[in-house]
Design a protein. Structure first.
Length: 373
């Protein structure tokens, strides 16, 4: 493990996780736990870089997962509770899932009934789809038409409530509006309140951006506490992006520049391989605001024509060798990165609380080979 005092000696591309910035999110999560009673579980589908779990586990209550491998990672690397959820469990993996979790959440009643006997010694829950969400993208909308994500019918759910202890609602997506969150919770209560009151615990899922700047934390805590007291349930939150927002950058280097109607700069990274959500949702990367006079389209090095980070202003002309820092690059990046085009996988570095920087993982040709056959 390489330990250094600065980033200049590290070869790009690499993700840089700043623990001091991560700590700010953790302190807000701990504040919510203290003032609302709600527990927070890290959503591993968003962020699973276990090199910083030592810090995160001091402020969070455990992990929640979407697959067997995530369940095992949470169990092995993150102290506290391990919640298991999957859209569908397979026969060959269910026993291993159960051996590595504290609670298991089934996506459908069919799945619950299929594994009812095997799971009797675990706390069991059911995903409930309230038919409402905050997603602006249909690809990410759990309440989209014909959604497979959870049970919809209160009458159908009522038939199994005596066999489970909790529900999981996951219908928020990048929702930084407390009023909108509270309004949807009102609708959930109106439709499912008579079932919620029979439960021991309720997960309200992720996608609630309560660690964002100027979010009304005290009002949020009051809403959660009122809900918990009304139904006599332990509330869980599943922050993913909210846990690591603004904590991580993707550090890249300019390899070439050219002009083709616009000034273009090609860097040693790729959205197709390293920030796939930008491509999926057709969003632009983020950089520190700059009103400099030099505008460049920052492009990835893969052969995909649309491998573009976005257009940004700089206070100087870019040239080969210049370093660029892409902000807020922690969520849904390291868990989604891939070997498309054989582009070098970004290393992972951690800036410790004392300011020192550790290179905790570096990827090479053998990793590329081992990913294939």
């Amino acid at each position: 493990m390489l330990k250094t005092s600065n980033t200049v000696s590290l070869k790009t591309p690499y993700y840089l996780i700043d623990k001091a910035k991560l700590l700010k999110n953790m302190e807000k999560i701990a504040y919510v736990r203290e003032h609302s009673g709600a527990k927070s579980l890290l959503a591993l589908k968003c962020f699973a870089t276990w090199s910083v779990f030592d810090l995160m586990s001091e402020y969070m209550d455990g992990t929640t997962s979407s697959s067997l491998y995530e369940v095992k990672l949470g169990h092995d690397k993150f102290p506290g509770e391990t919640h298991a959820y999957s859209v569908a469990y397979d026969d060959h993996e269910i026993d291993e899932v159960l051996n590595n979790c504290d609670k298991i959440i089934f996506n459908t009643i069919n799945q619950f009934q299929r594994f009812e006997e095997q799971s009797r010694n675990k706390k069991r829950g059911l995903r409930v789809n309230p038919g409402i969400s905050t997603s602006e993208f249909i690809i990410a909308d759990p309440a989209r038409p014909f959604s497979r994500l959870g049970e919809w019918d209160p009458e159908r759910i009522a038939k199994v409530v005596d066999q489970i202890s909790g529900f999981m609602f996951h219908n928020n997506c990048e929702n930084g509006d407390l009023e909108r969150f509270s309004g949807m919770l009102d609708q959930i209560e109106a439709k499912f309140g008579h079932l919620i009151e029979k439960m021991e615990w309720i997960s309200l899922g992720g996608g609630i951006h309560f660690t964002g700047d100027d979010y009304p934390l005290d009002a949020f805590c009051a809403r959660l506490k009122a809900f918990s007291n009304k139904y006599g349930v332990q509330v869980y939150l599943e922050p993913g992006e909210a846990s690591i927002t603004k904590s991580t950058t993707l550090e890249v280097t300019v390899l070439d520049t050219l002009h083709n109607g616009k000034d273009l700069a090609i860097v040693d990274s790729s959205i197709e391989a390293h920030m796939l959500d930008l491509l999926i949702y057709r969003e632009s990367a983020r950089m520190s605001p700059c009103d400099g006079p030099f505008t460049y389209q920052i492009c990835g090095k893969s052969c995909l024509a649309g491998d573009i980070f976005g257009e940004f202003n700089f206070d100087h002309e870019l040239k080969a060798g210049d370093r660029i820092s892409i902000e807020d690059a922690g969520g849904y990046t390291m868990v989604k990165k891939n070997w498309f085009n054989g582009v070098k996988m970004p290393s992972i570095a951690v800036k410790q609380l004392d300011g020192s920087i550790e290179l905790v993982r570096e990827f090479g040709y053998q990793d590329f080979v081992d990913n294939l056959s």
